[in-house]
Design a protein around this ligand. Structure first.
Ligand SMILES: O=C(CO)[C@H](O)[C@H](O)COP(=O)(O)O
Length: 236
């Protein structure tokens, strides 16, 4: 259960709400994945319920987002019937000063990249600990891979200087399986000097579906921190 008294939880809640307040009536909204975005989805649902927001449809980036959207009464649509989104709200695992991201801590980065990249406005919700000067400094880069290609892809990632590890389940024996039925390799790089070219190089390895580098996609970063015991939100 979520501890609503925990200041970190309160701060995540406030960041999620701040992003949800940017959603306007008559819009198509990308619904991200993760614990921070979950609060944004909840608050969009609450604004719909009170009538403050009208005529919203969501595009979920994962099974988790879909379940939450249904729980909070947000109607859903698919990319087959819309051309673009007005706004997307999503979390991140690392954010650099150029607003480039590492995502995929929840193994949802493939669908997240599709949805977030189609949004006119992509808002990222994070806490201060996610800000880094260089991507890769704290977090391993998630790469979604077709199961049959795991071994050759690992070899290629090692040749790029990474240390690849197959992501294993928690409270589930065996590897994590994505919403698409694939596996995730987390690759630790000492540092990622050129995220734009690494994103392309990794995606060019046969068997790789998508990696968690989001380059040049984010428009606004909402950063939460706790100051004097209170949540503070800063916009970058
Ligand atoms: O990329 C993601 C899922 O694939 C998440 O957005 C990312 O892991 C951040 O999650 P949280 O808000 O729980 O820290």
């Amino acid at each position: 259960m979520v501890d609503t008294q925990d200041p970190v939880v309160t701060m995540k809640q406030e960041v999620g709400k701040a992003a949800a307040r940017r959603v306007q009536s008559d819009s198509v909204v990308g619904l991200g994945t993760g614990s921070t975005t979950a609060f944004a989805i909840q608050y969009i649902g609450e604004r719909l319920k009170t009538g403050e927001l009208k005529n919203i449809v969501g595009v979920p980036t994962s099974f988790q987002a879909e379940v939450l959207a249904r729980k909070y009464g947000i109607p859903l649509t698919t990319l087959d019937v819309i051309e673009k989104l007005d706004i997307a709200i999503d979390g991140a695992d690392e954010v650099d000063p150029q607003k480039n991201l590492i995502k995929g801590g929840g193994a949802a980065h493939t669908r997240e990249k599709i949805v977030d990249s189609l949004a006119d406005l992509f808002i990222v919700v994070v806490d201060q600990s996610k800000l880094v000067t260089k991507l890769g400094s704290t977090f391993a880069l998630p790469v979604e891979v077709l199961p049959m290609a795991i071994t050759p892809v690992m070899h290629q990632l090692e040749k790029l200087g990474g240390k690849p590890e197959l992501r294993m389940g928690v409270k589930k024996d065996g590897p994590v399986v994505t919403d698409q039925g694939n596996l995730v390799i987390d690759v630790k790089f000492d540092s990622i000097d050129d995220p734009a070219s690494l994103e392309k190089i990794i995606n060019n390895i046969p068997g790789v579906l998508e990696n968690g580098l989001f380059v040049g996609l984010a428009d606004i970063i909402l950063v939460g921190s706790i100051q004097d015991g209170k949540p503070v939100i800063e916009e970058k």
